[in-house]
Ligand binder design. Structure first.
Ligand code: AMP
Length: 477
């Protein structure tokens, strides 16, 4: 029996929820798709399921099975407890080169695997790259994926659905000309690598009208983000971000580029070690199987996989469809008796831990958002939804969920609902900074002994006996 717990993220047609099997204590990420929101376009989800269930690769999120119940589809997926890749990108800074190389190699490996099956992802971006145990990167969200090569005849077709996410889309998709599948994913990988190394996206769209893109075509690399990038990697990017898809690097060219085999010092610096240690997740991957609705209850989704597949080896008994009972009314992990729920939850950088009360946290956040010019709305008892725009004037919506955690602390968990992930992260950092100032002003204003510590993963605001009134005073100073 599967119990829904915390929400992990939001997709185009619904939420992704962390589910716990209350008999076996296994975890799965369940993508909930509201059939009403599909507006009769069920074929989109059937296609996602049909493609995703084929994939067996370390760098692709595993599809375990699905169930249709009432007006929802429930897609059971491998749970990636390390969160999204974009969460590891510091705005305007990026991440250390060796780490970018570590992740980039895995994106390319996952993409090469998809292409070998004749599948193009068409929406590769850091939000669709998750991190699991031991820093293993996993490609997810196959909502826009499609077959560009027949598995039987090996014939390739050109694609004509112009989809994706603007800053990651290739020029041929923007130009709305029939395009080949592989080069558009290769292009997106180039933008992902740029984002990982610099914490910024090079342009809104790769069109001749765009001044930043024009500069790139003119080989003017003396501006950001290019001037932050080492020459060897810039050389690789110049091979990837080529306007003409026929001239663009192929996967094999990327894999054989000299930067891909550059060895970074094993001992690294102390902070590098700390970073990797912090990012390693304690969570153990679950191993079980689920039955598909249309299959007999004895055959499992993964029963046709080869015996060298680790998933097959760890199955004790196939789970019958009847066993796939969902309790969709969420219960938090804490309510279910988990001593430390944060151990199982995605390790996000967009979290703040506060040592003030729940009500004070909600109040403070609301005031802070209004002061910053955002529009906050209380969308649930413990949730504020915030509406704003990014620097490209595109809608940016994020949610803040406030939870009680052990040691009488409160966690405010910021999660993107709509818009660009890096911009969201930039705004989060600004809000966190403002909280630091607030805490300082608050402590200086008398009352409590406020101090603020923040590590890369969380920030802690502690106070003495401050009240909501004192918070208000601090806001107004
Ligand atoms: P999607 O609808 O696939 O784009 O997923 C929306 C968001 O949910 C992602 O950006 C992740 O933050 C989260 N998410 C999706 N799948 C998983 C998973 N397998 N494990 C953990 N988080 C996930």
């Amino acid at each position: 029996m599967w119990q829904f717990t915390e929400t992990l993220g939001e997709g185009a047609y619904g939420e992704v929820v962390l589910a716990k099997n209350i008999n076996t204590n296994e975890f799965a990420a369940v993508k909930v798709i509201d059939i009403n929101r599909l507006k009769g376009n069920d074929v989109v989800i059937r296609k996602e399921i049909d493609l995703h269930k084929l994939f067996r690769h370390e760098n692709i999120i595993r599809f375990y099975g699905y169930k249709q119940q009432y007006s929802n589809y429930y897609l059971f997926l491998e749970y990636a407890a390390g969160g999204e890749l974009f969460d590891k990108i510091e705005p305007d800074v990026g991440m250390p080169e060796y780490l970018a190389q570590h992740y980039f190699k895995q994106v390319v490996a996952g993409m090469a695997y998809l292409h070998s099956l004749g599948v193009a992802h068409r929406d590769l971006k850091p939000e669709n790259l998750l991190v699991a145990n031991n820093n293993i990167l996993k490609i997810c969200d196959f909502g826009l994926a499609t077959l560009f090569r027949s598995q039987t005849t090996k014939e390739e077709r050109k694609l004509t659905t112009y989809c994706g996410t603007a800053p990651y889309s290739s020029p041929e998709v923007w130009a709305k000309t029939p395009y080949r599948g592989e080069p558009v994913d290769v292009w997106s990988c180039g933008i992902i690598l740029t984002a990982m190394l610099t914490g910024e996206l090079p342009w809104d769209q790769p069109s001749y009208q765009n001044p930043e893109y024009k500069r790139w075509l003119d080989r003017d690399y003396y501006h950001n983000p290019w001037k932050k990038i080492d020459n060897m990697i810039l050389n690789l990017l110049r091979r990837i971000l080529i306007h003409d898809p026929a001239q663009r690097a192929r996967v094999i060219d990327i894999q054989s580029h000299k930067w891909m085999s550059k060895v970074y010092s094993q001992d690294g610096t102390e902070s590098d070690h700390q970073l990797l240690k912090r990012m390693a997740v304690k969570y153990e991957e679950p191993c079980w199987s689920l039955t598909q609705p249309n299959q007999s209850t004895t055959s499992t989704v993964i029963s046709s996989t080869s015996m060298d597949d680790p998933m097959v080896n760890c199955i004790s008994q196939p789970i019958k469809l009847d066993d796939l009972i969902l309790i969709t009314e969420p219960r938090s992990l804490a309510e279910m008796g988990d001593q430390d729920p944060s151990e199982h939850l995605v390790h996000r950088m967009t979290r703040v831990v506060l040592a003030i009360s729940f009500d004070e946290t909600i109040y403070l956040l609301n005031r802070l958002f209004v002061h910053t010019g955002y529009t906050p709305k209380r969308t649930a008892g413990n949730q504020i939804t915030v509406f704003t725009q990014d620097k490209r004037h595109t809608e940016l919506i994020f949610k803040v969920n406030v939870f009680k955690i052990p040691d009488a602390k409160i966690m405010a968990d910021f999660r993107l609902s709509k818009g660009d992930g890096i911009e969201f992260k930039r705004k989060f950092v600004e809000i966190r900074e403002r909280l630091v100032q607030l805490a300082t002003a608050w402590s200086n204003g008398g009352g409590g002994s406020a101090c603020f510590n923040h590590s890369d993963t969380s920030s802690t605001l502690t106070n003495g006996n401050n009240s909501v009134n004192q918070l208000q005073e601090a806001m107004d100073t």
